[in-house]
Design a protein around this ligand. Structure first.
Ligand SMILES: NC(=O)c1ccc[n+]([C@@H]2O[C@H](COP(=O)([O-])OP(=O)(O)OC[C@H]3O[C@@H](n4cnc5c(N)ncnc54)[C@H](OP(=O)(O)O)[C@@H]3O)[C@@H](O)[C@H]2O)c1
Length: 273
């Protein structure tokens, strides 16, 4: 994909791990750096041709698009200045976990369209997942946001904010859980005698290959597991450990529930202001 365009001027407020990964991908697929201004506390350069400021400019044309990418706890540090800079044609996209549409609308009344987006870090490779939710706004604005996010990987809309929070928990937090699994697989290999660096390489490539197969084979993960686990064989013996008393399923359910609960707490904090 080349020559992607975003509504301009395009303002990124916060450009750390997540917003930075999104921006890297957009630049890779041809976004014009001259259309982008980054606001970040450190003022550190982001990429050639991109203007970086430490605070929202007090004058100038209102941004056509804002990506709000600070930590949820920082929203009230940036909201007053940012709200004053928005125009009635501004699209505001928030990637803040747990900060609900109502909390955003209260803080940014001028924005024409507010979209909540929940991406994950593989967006940097165009292999991310981004959940989208908008209450109100224009169809054209929603389409513009969708086009931009489609350059990052899979895009899924939902028209229910509770579902959005749920799918955002799965996709936003999910990569970290998979990274832990890669580490655990490597550590288990090392514990059995493999050299640690080799075990890490093997575990990483194995998860990459298995992920691609899951996405590309058209078969369910359960069927794929059965295909490599003949009865009485070594893979089946290992799966029996993961499956006993639903050990892995229970652990992962508790993991996701904990993240979802924390998201709700953050939403509550943002509601209180
Ligand atoms: N990480 C993920 O996988 C993920 C997934 C989905 C959603 N999110 C959401 O993405 C958001 C950012 O997370 P992150 O992991 O990218 O955090 P991060 O790496 O800490 O980035 C935060 C950014 O905010 C900037 N910042 C802090 N205070 C500011 C202020 N007062 N004015 C302007 N900029 C300010 C920081 O500036 P400096 O760079 O100068 O320090 C930094 O660029 C969060 O709301 C999170 O819920 C994250």
């Amino acid at each position: 994909m080349t020559g992607i365009a975003a509504p301009a001027p395009f303002l990124l407020v916060g450009c750390g791990n997540m917003a930075g990964a999104m921006l890297r991908r957009w630049l890779d697929v041809g976004l014009d750096p001259a259309s982008v201004t980054v606001i970040r506390l450190s003022g550190q350069p982001v990429a050639p041709g991109i203007r970086v400021l430490k605070a929202v400019p007090e004058s100038g044309p209102p941004p056509a698009l804002v990506l709000l990418g600070v930590k949820p706890q920082k929203i009230d540090e940036v909201a007053p200045d940012l709200a004053g800079a928005l125009g009635d044609a501004t699209i505001l996209v928030s990637i803040l976990a747990g900060v609900e549409h109502r909390s955003l609308r209260d803080r940014f009344p001028a924005a024409r369209t507010i979209v909540r987006a929940m991406p994950n870090t593989p967006v940097a490779l165009g292999k991310g997942v981004t959940g989208l939710y908008a209450a109100g706004g224009t169809a054209a604005d929603r389409a513009a946001v969708e086009r931009l996010m489609a350059a990052l990987g899979l895009v899924e809309w939902t028209d229910d904010e509770a579902t959005f929070d749920l799918l955002g928990t799965l996709t936003g937090c999910g990569p970290a859980f998979v990274f832990r699994f890669v580490d655990a697989l490597a550590a288990a290999g090392a514990a059995l005698g493999l050299e640690a660096a080799q075990a890490a390489r093997l575990a990483t490539a194995t998860v990459e290959g298995a992920g691609l197969l899951t996405a590309g084979s058209g078969e369910t993960p359960s069927r794929l597991a059965d295909r490599v686990a003949s009865p009485g064989g070594s893979t089946r013996e290992g799966l029996n450990v993961l499956d006993a008393d639903e050990a892995l399923a229970t652990l992962v359910r508790r993991t996701l529930e904990a993240s979802f609960r924390r998201g709700r707490e953050m939403a509550e904090a943002a509601r209180r202001g």
